[in-house]
Design a protein around this ligand. Structure first.
Ligand SMILES: *[C@@H]1O[C@H](CO)[C@@H](O)[C@H](O)[C@H]1NC(C)=O
Ligand SMILES: *[C@@H]1O[C@H](CO)[C@@H](O)[C@H](O)[C@H]1NC(C)=O
Ligand SMILES: *[C@@H]1O[C@H](CO)[C@@H](O)[C@H](O)[C@H]1NC(C)=O
Ligand SMILES: *[C@@H]1O[C@H](CO)[C@@H](O)[C@H](O)[C@H]1NC(C)=O
Ligand SMILES: *[C@@H]1O[C@H](CO)[C@@H](O)[C@H](O)[C@H]1NC(C)=O
Length: 319
């Protein structure tokens, strides 16, 4: 109600005064624009560096949406690696001279990871992105509605609803832990619920969305990422992956499926459990068993390791 009192001020001023104020406002806008431009320029200049910092320093952006898709570490095809996920019974042995170690995110501390890096090794941190594990520190953060059926053969694990905002929030926190611990990359497991009886009607499209989301979240934190199994979604995620980790492609005669990674100059970290199934724990692999994994079609340039099912320190490499 009533006349805007501002009329008295603005409309009463002279044209000259208006031009002056207009000019000042325009100057402020230009100054802000230049400032933003300089900021972006600095980011672009630093965009190509390949150091090992684990934060997006100097950009002033603390948004939760990922904006930085710079990939800091791309391992080469054929790179030798070692994977050790079991460490309760014996400490992780660092004696294998491999430039890449894939180890559990939760079970290893920052000092251990940094010691590996001082030995010139890159560290990939493993966690389950698609299953609930009842023994993890953050197990209580999942809602009942996030959980589906049990994972067949893995006591204490249930498939997760990968669309759940709560699940995604927990995974962001895990990626933050990976950054705090200084991991170079992450190996998020169990993203292929769609290919299993999961009790949540998970679809391939949801897995694609989830894996690409995990990639964006990882990259924005300076972490590299690989696809774990998930043969059915390779085409839709490979551009955002720096490698893949595959189990048993020789045993299941599907190593060709992973060849696109080699063609894209990305390593295939390939694991075979030589006797197959869940019974291989006697640490005796015959030369012919190892050789059949090493000569599987298209696996010529795969990074093959022969392991026990429990992924302990023991490993054998192709001749
Ligand atoms: C993106 O990451 C690169 C590589 O680590 C970093 O140097 C750069 O400052 C980051 N840029 C932005 C906009 O966060
Ligand atoms: C943004 O990040 C900087 C540096 O990491 C931190 O000091 C600051 O508190 C953050 N600001 C917000 C609003 O989170
Ligand atoms: C970190 O891990 C190493 C190797 O497992 C262990 O020897 C060390 O005591 C741990 N340090 C801390 C502070 O927990
Ligand atoms: C081996 O791989 C090639 C290329 O992917 C494929 O065309 C061929 O059928 C494969 N051979 C066998 C025996 O699987
Ligand atoms: C492995 O890599 C070499 C060198 O790039 C290439 O010549 C060869 O064809 C590759 N082998 C397979 C089986 O892809």
């Amino acid at each position: 109600m009533g006349e805007p009192s501002s009329k008295a001020g603005w409309w009463a001023w002279s044209t000259r005064k208006k031009v002056l104020i207009f000019g000042t406002v325009a100057l402020v806008i230009i100054a802000l624009g230049v400032g933003l431009g300089v900021g972006l320029g600095i980011s672009a200049k630093n965009g190509g560096d390949d150091d090992n910092d684990n934060n997006n320093e100097g950009t002033g952006s603390n948004t939760t949406t990922p904006t930085n898709t710079t990939v800091r570490w791309q391992p080469p095809v054929g790179a030798k690696w070692q994977i050790i996920l079991k460490s309760e019974d014996e400490p992780i042995s660092t004696s294998v001279n491999a430039p890449i170690y894939d180890i559990d995110l939760f079970d290893n501390n920052k000092t251990f990871i940094s010691n590996l890096q001082k030995m010139d090794r890159k560290v990939i941190c493993y966690f389950s992105a698609g299953s609930f594990e009842n023994w993890r520190d953050d197990a209580g953060d999942f809602n009942d509605a996030d959980k589906g059926d049990d994972l067949d053969g893995w006591p204490g694990e249930k498939w997760l609803n990968v669309k759940s905002t709560n699940v995604r929030k927990i995974m962001q926190t895990r990626l933050d832990i990976a950054v705090e611990k200084g991991c170079d990359g992450v190996d998020p497991d169990n993203i292929d619920g769609y290919d299993n009886a999961n009790g949540l009607d998970l679809t391939k499209a949801e897995a694609i969305d989830y894996v690409n989301w995990l990639a964006a979240q990882s990259h924005s934190r300076g972490l590299s990422i690989g696809l774990k199994n998930g043969a059915g979604i390779i085409d839709s995620v490979i551009d955002n992956m720096q490698w893949c980790v595959n189990e048993q492609c020789a045993e299941f005669d599907e190593c060709d499926t992973y060849a696109p990674f080699i063609e894209a100059d990305k390593p295939v970290f390939h694991i075979e459990y030589p006797k197959g199934g869940n019974t291989n724990n006697d640490k005796s692999v015959s030369a012919s068993q190892a050789k059949s994994a090493c000569t599987a079609n298209s696996s010529g340039n795969f990074s093959t390791v022969i392991k026990n099912m429990d992924l302990d320190n023991w490993v054998e490499y192709c001749p």
